[in-house]
Design a protein around this ligand. Sequence first.
Ligand code: KG4
Ligand code: ZN
Length: 324
Amino acid sequence: MISLGIETSCDETSVSLVKDHYKVLVNEVVSSIDFHCKYGGVIPEIASRIHLETINEVTRSVFKKTALSLNDVSLITVTESPGLLGSLLVGLSFAKGLALSSEKPLIGVNHVNAHLYPVFFQKAKPRFPFIGLVISGGHTSLFLVKDFHNFKLVGRTRDDACGEAFDKVAKLLGLKYPGGPEIERLAKTGNADKIKFSFPGLKDSFDFSFSGIKTAVYYLVKNKKISVKNKKDICASFQKAVTSILIDKSIAALDKYKVRNFVIGGGVSFNNYIRDTFRSSFKNNKVKLFISEKKYCLDNAAMIAGLGSQLYRSRKKRSRFLIN
Ligand code: KG4
Ligand code: ZN
């Protein structure tokens, strides 16, 4: 069974073909980031126009690369939310057009939930129930996942999303957008113990808060000329503080729900320091840790095609099917 995935929620136009839920045949991602860089963030109108110009080409290319055609596809899947409205609309309209003309079923997929799916492309797969942490540009969410239909939100950010905090701190330091990779690059040669950021514990809750650290960086750099060495230390200390919040909350949620499988996904999980620190923190723990492969951390359609095919396979009466 081959499912076609379409993802256009932000600045990546992505199309993928996934076979039998777990095998990615092809995953094409075309980013419009270069058009947004100079504005310091994604401009929704530009993003949706570029999706419109790109989506046909990317879809053609995916079929060409695999020597498959729409006839070989059993299911069309598309990101339905959350995301930039105009961008989502391009993907949804395109997917609906394909589904109507080919009389194939179409299913809408939640983008945030889908960020936890790429670990299922790996040989060793997590078992339900698991705790899933999505760290992306728009979300920082902890889920208790009981099955592919059942994502219970148990913790979320109360202010900035994790990736958003990276992007904003990078901006304060005069680094380019997106800030995550820039901070990771500078942090490599910085002293992570130079600055001790304090952050609210938000006791008895699995919620996160990153805006305090961001504000602390603001006051560190305000009206000052910051040397490259200082910048590196700020990046390393900031990255360390964020990682420690993520790990503390994750462990607390695993303890509370007595769950032994833990999954991480989303753009920020591309960060090697975060990947390595999670790995070493969970080394002697009884919990099994699953981290998305780097090529599936950022926005991609393979995760949509994969989760969509699972939702379709185990569909319940009240599943949210769009058409056919
Ligand atoms: O999941 P994603 O591609 O898009 C959303 O769904 O939001 O995540 C994008 C976010 C951006 O905020 C970006 O700065 C962050 O992921 N990011 C990183 C790294 N690479 C991307 N954050 C930290 N370290 C990185 N290496
Ligand atoms: Zn995303």
